[in-house]
Every structure is written in C-alpha cells, then in structure tokens.
Design a protein around this ligand. Structure first.
Ligand SMILES: Cc1cc2nc3c(=O)[nH]c(=O)nc-3n(C[C@H](O)[C@H](O)[C@H](O)COP(=O)(O)OP(=O)(O)OC[C@H]3O[C@@H](n4cnc5c(N)ncnc54)[C@H](O)[C@@H]3O)c2cc1C
Length: 503
C-alpha cells in the first residue's frame, strides 16, 4: 500500500505524508492492529519511539488460549508455538486451573516472553504492507472533520483519517484526547529484574503479607529473573539495584549478592480503564485503554484482542463500506471485557497477600476453584475463550467465538480458521448447497458450502445445537446463526458489512 504525500499547492513544498490510519506505539497491540489493517488492505503506519522492535525488558511471560486462537485465525500461531512452551498457566490467585478438557485446538497457555512475542510479530508485519516509523515519537495531534494531523518528535507531521493510541499505560494519545482514566491508584509495587547472583537463591515462589517473591534461572544458567513485592509502594521513576537489594533483604534477610543487572523495572497494581475507547477520529487499544496488575497474565492478550476487534471495523469505515457508527461497537464490545478482567485481577492481587486472614480466603477460593464448574468459569475468563459480545438474543453461538471445526468442502478438508487467514468475513453454509444467496455482498463476504461431522461444543457452555449456517466476522465471532432459513441474514450482513450492492 503506497503512502501519499500531500503537496501544498501554493509553493509546491511537501507538507505532510498521509496514511489512512496511523498507530501510535508498536508494542503487541499496535503491531497486531497494523497486521489486521494491512490484511484488510488499508494503508497503515505505526510510529514507534524505540529505534527497533527490541524490548529492553522481557515483561509478559505468555499468552492465553484465545490469543493463540486469534493468531491461528491468521495462520501465524505456529511461529509462536515453535518458540514457546505449552503449559497449564490459567491461574486464579494461587490456583492453577487445568483447561486441557476445553474444546479448542489450544487448550493451554503458551509460556513465551514478550520480547520474543514482539520479535515474531515484527517479523510477521514486515511481510505485510504496513509501514513502521521507528525512532520517532508522537508528540501531539489535532483532529478535524476529515482527519487527524499527527505531530512527531522529528518535526515532520503525518496526516491520517484515524489515529489509534496503542502507546501503553501512560498513553499520550489518551491524555491529549482528554479521555478520563478512572480507577484505583497503586496499593502495592513489585520490582522485576534480570540479574546475576553470588549466592544460590531458595527454590520456588514465596508468599507473605506483602505479596509474592521468587527467582527463576534463565536459559544461560547464570542470569536470574527476580520478582519481589516492595514493603511499601515504590516511588515513580526508574528503580535502582539498591532498591532491589533493600527489597530482597526485607524479605529474605540477604540480597544473594545481586549484580550485573540487564534491566530492572517496577510495576504496580494501579487499575484503571479509559472511560471512552473513541473520541471522534482517535481511538485507544491495549494498555492505553486499560491497566492492571499482571496477576493472571492477561494484559497483552487483552490488547491483542482489542486490535483484532477494531482492525476490520476500522478498515470497513476507512474504505467507505460502513458508516462510522460501526466503530461504536468497538467500545461497546471491548470495554466490558476489560472491565471484567480488571475486576478479576484486583481479586487475584488480593489473594497474593498471605497474612493469616487472607491465607484463609486463599484456601477457600482454592478449594472452590478446583471444583469443576468454577474451574471452567474462571479458566474461561482467564483464557478469553468465554467472551460473549452482546449481539442480542438467539442461539448460544451468537456473539461468541466460532469453533475451529474440521470441515469438508469442495476444495477438500479444511479447518474453519483456514478460511479466516486473510481476515475476510465468512458465511459458512452447512445446509443444502445453494439455499443461501448473498450476491449483493459477494464482493465483501466469502461464502463456503461445507459439512461438519461431529458435535458443536463451546468452552464453559458445553454442547450446543448444530446450526445450518453461520456468519463469521473477520475477528472470528459469530454475527448470525441459521436455523434452516435465512431469516435475519440480510440485516446481519448490512449491519456488519455495509449495505447491499445494487444489482
Ligand atoms: C512485569 C510484567 C509482567 C507482565 N506479565 C504479563 C503476562 O504474563 N501476560 C500478559 O498478557 N501481560 C503481562 N504484562 C502486561 C503486558 O506487558 C502489557 O499489557 C502489554 O505490553 C501491553 O501492550 P501494548 O501494546 O498495549 O502496550 P506497550 O507494550 O506498553 O507498548 C506501547 C508502545 O508504544 C510506544 N510508545 C509509547 N509512547 C509513544 C509515543 N508517544 N510515540 C510513539 N511510540 C510510543 C512504546 O515504546 C511501546 O513500544 C506484564 C507486564 C509487566 C510489567
């Protein structure tokens, strides 16, 4: 996709470069959004302040099942699976919930550090027509009726139809757009670092009244990743080796001779969510829209899924097939998902404090979470497999993720996710071939006649009745379910993919 350069006709000088969408921030959310827009053939550019994709610290330790599924929908999950380690890591408090019985091809989490995730994502989007401006920072913007002027640190502005802030928890875009960020201030802070030690640390994870502490030996055999909870919430600003030493001595009595840090950072349990995910032509995704304590490890996964929800909608608005109101469904669908996750992470954070009274709560919760029904509900939430967008009354599939079923088609056996690789909407006709006609949308929606031998089972809900057809959005969520006829299909097509093309 070629970028356009706008010429100021009065003197012929170059005024600014234009892209349909500019994304501020090339972390996981920004890169996923860039991929989604590029697949939808939208001219997209990312502005990333770092000189390249390399992340100084490792941050997130993995992704959960639904995130692996959305990567699988685009045909790239194998790249991540090849570099990570499959594990049962859906935890609530201190309880690990085995989800190997969940009906998905990925009934597990993937242990893989964020720097690896970003490396793989950067390599993927380098294959796509998405532009990344590394080493530049968005310093402000001004929006008008037709677009947004995006100011950059190097002085050359960009012009965009839409600007998306994927610029992390301290989002400049969110602040400059005047979007409120209500929630709760930090009550605790953790130091996390990679260091070398002179003395062998104790094995395992320690919980005490302050929170959680532990050491993990890295692959090189000499570096340790250390996490410790500070006795009091630490000050803002960069933490030092001395801060880490003092925090370790407060817990273990010694600092194990920490030296040679690769990086040290601090994170807190501040929990906040943007009051609006869109103001005019400016939108937010990822940590720019929600921050929380990393208990349960959902932050990165939430951001990637924000991007997958937003990408195709923004593409359809940019290319003029849908009205701007389609973008309102982004906030309507994703805000409640993050709000719920935030509530659960606050509960999990409380469960990490092991004073005698909280320990009693931990034991009770642990007992309950190991029962089948609560285990399924909690693992459904942490894994993201239970997401249900409110698309009205109807079949249980409506608004839920489409399972990756094995299909028999005219082109041979296929998986549902194979048909979503290029991020186009899909009408899967599982009834009599030719009984559904979507000619007025055929330029936008692919239709595949298929059959599926076997049952339909959804995570948490269990077995559901087999539909005769399903309309699947590019993000993999079901927008319409057929029960033998085409009642409601034209309306669903028009709602999500624009008005019919005249014959
Ligand atoms: C210790 C720790 C452990 C964690 N563990 C997990 C876990 O196990 N699982 C999980 O899912 N999540 C975890 N998280 C959370 C996870 O790291 C974040 O949720 C995730 O990074 C959010 O991605 P993002 O793309 O929204 O934002 P970020 O990763 O913060 O990316 C924002 C990007 O924007 C760039 N940027 C910022 N401002 C500008 C600007 N003005 N102009 C241009 N570029 C800009 C930044 O350089 C950055 O690259 C953890 C976090 C921490 C700190």
């Amino acid at each position: 996709m070629e970028e356009r350069v706008i010429l100021d006709v009065s003197d012929g000088s170059v005024a600014m470069t234009e892209h349909a969408v500019v994304i501020a921030g090339g972390g996981p959310a920004g890169m996923m959004l860039a991929a989604e827009l590029a697949l939808a053939k939208v001219d997209v550019a990312v502005v990333e302040r770092r000189p390249d994709h390399v992340l100084a610290d490792a941050r997130a330790g993995g992704i959960h099942s639904r995130t692996i599924e959305v990567l699988d929908q685009r045909g790239v999950a194998d790249r991540f699976l090849a570099d990570g380690q499959v594990t049962q890591a859906a935890t609530f408090g201190t309880t690990v919930m085995d989800m190997s019985d969940f009906p998905t091809r990925h009934p597990y989490s993937l242990a893989i550090f964020q720097n690896e995730i970003e490396r793989i994502m950067a390599a993927w989007i380098a294959e796509l027509p998405a532009r990344i401006y590394y080493g530049r920072e968005v310093t402000g913007f001004a929006q008008d009726d037709t677009g947004v002027d995006v100011r950059l640190s190097d002085g050359e502005p960009l012009r965009a139809r839409y600007l998306v802030g994927c610029d992390g928890g301290r989002s400049l875009i969110r602040k400059a757009a005047g979007i409120e960020f209500p929630g709760w201030d930090a009550t605790r802070s953790n130091l996390i670092a990679e260091v070398e030690l002179s003395e062998e640390p104790p094995p395992g994870v320690r919980h005490d009244a302050a929170g959680v502490h532990g050491f993990h030996r890295m692959q090189d055999g000499k570096t340790f990743r250390v996490v410790t909870t500070e006795q009091q919430p630490g000050p803002g600003g960069e933490p030092t080796l001395r801060d880490l030493s003092e925090a370790l001595i407060a817990v273990y009595g010694i600092d194990f001779g920490i030296h040679n840090p690769t990086w040290i950072s601090r994170f807190t349990d501040m929990t906040r969510q943007a009051a609006a995910y869109r103001v005019g032509r400016v939108l937010l995704a990822g940590d720019a829209a929600h921050v929380h304590y990393p208990a349960g490890g959902q932050g990165l996964s939430l951001g990637v899924q924000d991007a997958v929800n937003l990408g195709w909608k923004l593409a359809r608005v940019v290319d003029g097939t849908c009205q701007e109101t389609l973008l309102d469904t982004y906030h309507a669908e994703r805000h409640p998902v993050a709000a719920r996750a935030l509530r659960y992470t606050m509960a999990q954070t409380a469960l990490q404090r092991h004073d005698e009274r909280t320990k009693a709560v931990v034991e009770v919760v642990s007992e309950v979470a190991s029962m089948d029904e609560p285990r399924k509900r909690l693992a459904g939430l942490i894994s993201g497999l239970d997401i249900h967008y409110d698309l009205g009354e109807g079949h249980p599939l409506l608004g839920r993720r489409m399972p990756d079923l094995d299909l028999i088609t005219a082109d041979g056996p296929l998986r549902v996710f194979d048909l979503l690789h290029d991020a186009r909407p899909l009408l899967l006709d599982l009834g009599q071939p030719g009984d559904l006609d979507i000619t007025p949308w055929a330029d936008r929606v692919q239709m595949v006649d298929a059959s599926h031998q076997g049952g339909w089972e959804l995570p948490v809900l269990g077995v559901v009745s087999a539909p005769t057809a399903v309309l699947i959005r590019p993000d993999g969520y079901v927008a319409w379910v057929g029960d033998g006829g085409h009642h409601g299909l034209p309306e669903a097509l028009a709602t999500w993919f624009g008005p019919p093309t005249a014959a």
